[in-house]
Design a protein around this ligand. Structure first.
Ligand code: 4AD
Ligand code: MG
Length: 452
């Protein structure tokens, strides 16, 4: 911990200690002899109260201003650590009349705060979210490290559309002179730079599979990109995905265990380290005690069983349920409620609903899984991978020359592998009850929104 952070000061300092703090004024109250200033530096949800004698109150000391203060630690009448300032100076004033959008001690809706993405990190709730996101990130690395996985940085620029859904962003050089200089005969502009079309990755899976054929247990955690024309509360154009791949795995059960362990261990670590911040972030307070799924086994049902349950409750849905169209959001959420609000695996999906790489079960279904969670529905997707060279060759997308290397993995020392990808923002929504995905990522990107 930063030795001069407010978090560290509140936890370790004693009356009489001489300290120096830097932070932002959250609110202030004028009393007869002193001004009481609540200051935050983002290291904790708690604020440090600073007592400033009225006669030494500097100009510009107001909500939103940044300050540096030093003095002695004292105890408030309630026994709380506070700072009796000997020196306080304003670094940067904050002129509310110039349009500062946050008034002291006022609650704002997420929609309101989202209009000011650049100022959002200084709000209490979003500060807490960023600390929870940090705690979850560290817990992910810690978990995989303990489980013997090797972290692999898969590329962001790629020539494959792993999911085959055509939701890729194309990458081209902006410079006309580069284009002119590199253009070969017969090439189109969007093939110039890499001699083929290239994209921002939608998933690191195929590269991760290559790494698993050599390192056995691997994972990657980075940004992925999808050009979906969706403005839903659950979709972003850029989101973080956590993907793992394990070799010598030929049962879907093993992949499910991997997902379940990860979700439980990261959640437990976040609750242990950051309960205060989690409480601050949670939108649905009434459900705040509902981490009861932490000590329950995640239920498992086949797609066919899910269809049976949904058909039995047809009258409950706005959107008609049709087994050939797959699960809509309300159907996913219904299944989770049906299983007592515990995250639930749906497995063995019809082949046509999953990408080419999923391994066939031999009955028209593939060994694939979706994990559905409360509040978000699908939070992770995974499968066993088709590892038979011939069968995979038959299933590869048409015009597949760019995937020859992927097929070749099955030629040399092929092993069955399985893996999954978990949407990190969806996971945060799940544990925090956040309704809109744009409120769990620092700078969300979605259609028509990439200004900041
Ligand atoms: O289900 P998906 O498409 O699976 C894959 O990409 C596999 N290649 C992963 C693998 O097996 N290695 O995406 C995985 C997860 C989804 O379950 C969802 O949580 C999240 O990524 N996701 C999104 N999150 C936010 N915005 C979007 N547009 C998302 N699309 C998928
Ligand atoms: Mg999916």
């Amino acid at each position: 911990k930063n030795l001069s952070s407010i978090c560290h000061i509140l936890e370790t300092s004693k009356p009489g200690d001489v300290i120096r703090v830097k932070g932002w004024v959250k609110s202030l109250r004028d009393q007869k002899e002193n001004v009481f200033v609540d200051v935050s530096d983002g290291s904790t949800d708690r604020k440090l109260q600073i007592l400033v004698p009225k006669k030494s109150k500097p100009g510009g000391l107001a909500t939103g201003a940044s300050i540096v203060a030093s003095g002695r630690v004292t105890l408030s009448p309630k026994g709380q650590i506070e700072l009796s300032a000997r020196d306080i100076s304003v670094c940067g004033e904050c002129v509310v009349s110039d349009g500062y959008p946050f008034a002291p001690r006022k609650q704002y809706t997420p929609e309101y705060v989202r209009q000011y993405l650049h100022l959002r990190p200084r709000t209490a709730k979003f500060g807490a979210l960023l600390r929870v996101r940090n705690a979850a990130t560290l817990a992910v690395y810690d978990h995989f490290n303990r489980e013997g996985f090797i972290n692999v940085h898969t590329p962001i620029l790629t020539s494959n559309d792993c999911e085959g859904a055509g939701e890729v962003f194309k990458v081209l050089p902006e410079s006309r002179s580069v284009l002119r200089a590199m253009l070969k005969e017969g090439q189109s502009d969007d093939e110039v730079y890499f001699d083929r079309k290239s994209f921002l990755t939608v998933s690191g899976q195929l590269h991760l599979e290559a790494a698993a054929h050599g390192l056995s247990r691997v994972y990657t955690f980075g940004p992925t990109f999808r050009a979906e024309n969706s403005r839903s509360r659950l979709h972003l154009s850029e989101f973080y995905m956590l993907e793992a791949e394990v070799a010598f795995v030929d049962e879907l059960r093993a992949v499910m265990e991997c997902v379940e362990k990860l979700v439980k261990s990261v959640t437990q670590a976040v609750l242990d380290k950051s309960m205060e911040d989690v409480e601050r972030c949670r939108e649905k307070k009434e459900s705040s005690a509902s981490f009861s799924w932490l000590d329950k086994t995640f239920p498992v049902m086949t797609y066919r069983e899910a269809v049976g349950i949904l058909n039995d409750h047809r009258d409950k849905f706005r959107e008609d349920f049709s087994s050939s169209k797959g699960l809509g959001k309300e159907h996913e959420l219904f299944l989770v409620q049906h299983c007592g609000g515990v995250p639930t695996f749906v497995i063995d999906w019809p082949q046509e609903m999953k990408p080419f790489y999923a391994r066939a079960n031999g009955d028209g279904t593939v060994a694939a899984l979706d994990l559905l969670g409360p509040n978000v529905g699908e939070v992770a997707g995974g499968s066993l991978r088709e590892n038979d060279h011939v069968r995979l060759g038959e299933k590869l997308p048409k015009n597949n020359s760019h995937l020859e290397w992927y097929l070749e993995l099955r030629k040399f020392g092929s092993v069955p592998t399985g893996g999954f990808g978990l949407g990190f923002e969806r996971y945060l929504q799940l544990i925090l009850g956040t309704s809109n995905i744009k409120d769990v990522i620092p700078f969300p990107r979605w259609p028509h929104n990439c200004t900041l």
